[in-house]
Design a binder for this molecule. Structure first.
Ligand code: GLU
Length: 494
């Protein structure tokens, strides 16, 4: 099919899958799925010094976790070196490229001279017009050479209609004869990438603006190789709040997809968030199901200006971009309960507090616990941190709850064990009945009901806020409530 949409995600495996790369993959995937097209995964591993197996695995794991599936590949660029070299030979044979014997020293001094004269630093074409005899002499003496592409010398230029940025043009005179094969015979990215995209019959190249400056040179290569030029769309870069490019070196693991998987984020929340990093539907919607994205997405709604990943690395309040937390919370709070249970099981197991009964006689209790607590939670981790008291006795109390709800009222040290006694004697341990007992108790002590009730919240859940306390009593159950209230003293002793 001539008009088939074929897009690609071609990461260089020199690090983990970072959120910028994941966004590129996601937008290509969306475009492919929207047009019944194909997504090709190509690992651009020609930089053998920097490519690692671990990184390849990390990229594949990250895509799998996000739910980004591809139709072809992974292809490995290093498997096609002979093809890249053949393309260079073809260009040489057609007089569209030439061997350049200039030494590094000669090029460096010309570059310096150009800089001193405040001229543009460009290759001056010394080897462009060598005669066959001159070339033969260099080769006979074993002089190393690179292969340079011959940029047309005539008037005019090259350009394309970027689907995001509009028309982008460059005069031939602005483009230097660029190197396509190094002196060690290794073809360079500009060429390999084009040869692979031609072979993979790529119709649309959707990639970051950091590649925008490569595009015109690559178009010259397509034309010289006699191949149709794909459609290009360049996405904005992802910057931090100080407008610096996000990177592992300056931001740490927080910019890797794995970090989010390991910190209780949901894959679709991540996909949804990353789509919005640089694209908008043109309204203020922030939550998109897959179907909604497939309808709303279009290349021309990709923003032109850079996207800001709102993460302040020096501010401990920010786990990550607040919008991502909000989106994650939305899915956590509305997702299918059984599905949530499957995910929380993993968290509880990793924290060593999973019990088989949660899948047996306590199933209903377990599901209700998740449903009651998730209203305040942002990530899956919250079930084992803020929510730990629901599943284990060895929870920590949040400092605010300890100070405001407990220590501030010394009398609670006596009162709560006393209230435990009343509760132990109850026949019907329901929300309603516990409310009555708690309120009567407060009246008898001539205090505001909030004081013993908030004290109970601290001692029973470790938190300052949460679901209605009477429902908490009922759901936690008489035995646990009584036991924990009796142990109130331990918090005062800390
Ligand atoms: N391997 C390149 C990168 O990871 C691919 C660029 C492209 O999409 O052409 O940046």
């Amino acid at each position: 099919m001539a008009n088939e949409v074929r897009v690609r995600f071609p990461p260089s495996p020199t690090g983990y899958l970072h959120i910028g790369g994941a966004r590129t993959a996601i937008l290509n995937w969306l475009y492919a799925r929207q047009h019944n097209g194909k997504l090709i995964l190509r690992i651009e591993d020609t930089d053998t010094g920097r490519s690692t197996e671990e990184s390849i695995q990390g990229i594949i794991d990250g895509l799998n976790w996000l739910g980004i599936d591809w139709d072809e590949g992974p292809y490995f660029q290093t498997d096609f070196t002979a093809e890249h070299q053949a393309a260079a030979q073809k260009l040489l044979a057609a007089g569209k490229a030439y061997k350049c014997f200039c030494t590094k020293e000669a090029l460096d001094s010309k570059r310096e001279a150009a800089m001193v004269a405040k001229q543009e630093v460009r290759y001056d074409g010394t080897c462009r017009h060598l005669t066959p005899e001159e070339i033969a002499t260099f080769e006979a003496t074993g002089t190393p050479s690179v292969v340079r592409f011959k940029v047309p010398e005539r008037q005019g230029g090259v350009g394309y209609d970027d689907q995001v940025l509009g028309r982008i043009e460059q005069q031939y005179s602005e483009i230097s004869d660029f190197v396509i094969v190094r002196s060690n015979s290794k073809p360079l990215y500009l060429l390999c990438n084009v040869v692979d995209d031609i072979r993979d019959r790529i119709s649309h190249i959707i990639r970051g603006q950091d590649h925008k400056d490569n595009t015109n040179r690559q178009i010259l290569l397509y034309e010289a190789l006699g191949a149709p030029v794909p459609i290009f769309a360049h996405m904005p870069l992802t910057l931090d709040t100080k407008r610096a490019k996000i990177s592992k070196r300056s931001h740490g693991e927080i910019v890797s997809v794995q970090w989010y998987r390991d910190h209780g984020f949901l894959p679709w929340a991540m996909v949804n968030f990353l789509c919005l990093l640089g694209w908008s539907a043109g309204d203020d919607r922030e939550i998109f199901s897959k179907e909604e994205l497939l309808t709303a997405f279009s290349l021309d709604r990709i923003n032109k200006s850079n996207a800001i990943f709102n993460y302040k690395k020096d501010d401990p309040k920010f786990i990550t971009d607040p919008k991502l937390l909000t989106i994650n919370a939305h899915y956590l709070r509305t997702m299918d309960l059984e599905e949530l249970a499957r995910l929380v099981k993993k968290e509880l197991a990793a924290a060593g507090i999973w019990q088989a009964a949660y899948e047996g006689e306590q199933r209903e209790w377990f599901l209700k616990t998740l449903d009651m607590t998730r209203e305040r939670f942002y990530t899956l981790k919250d079930f084992v941190t803020q929510g730990r008291a629901w599943f284990a006795d060895d929870f920590e109390m949040c400092p605010q709850a300890l100070k405001k709800n407990l220590l501030k009222h010394a009398e609670l040290q006596e009162w709560l064990p006393e209230l435990a006694g009343r509760m132990a004697a109850m026949a019907n341990f329901t929300a309603e009945e516990t409310e009555k007992v708690a309120r009567d108790f407060a009246e008898e002590k001539q205090t505001k009901p909030g004081i013993p009730i908030n004290g109970c919240r601290a001692v029973l859940t470790g938190q300052i806020k949460g679901p209605s306390m009477f429902e908490v009593f009922e759901h936690l159950g008489k035995e646990t409530v009584v036991r924990r209230l009796r142990e109130t003293g331990k918090w005062f002793a800390k």
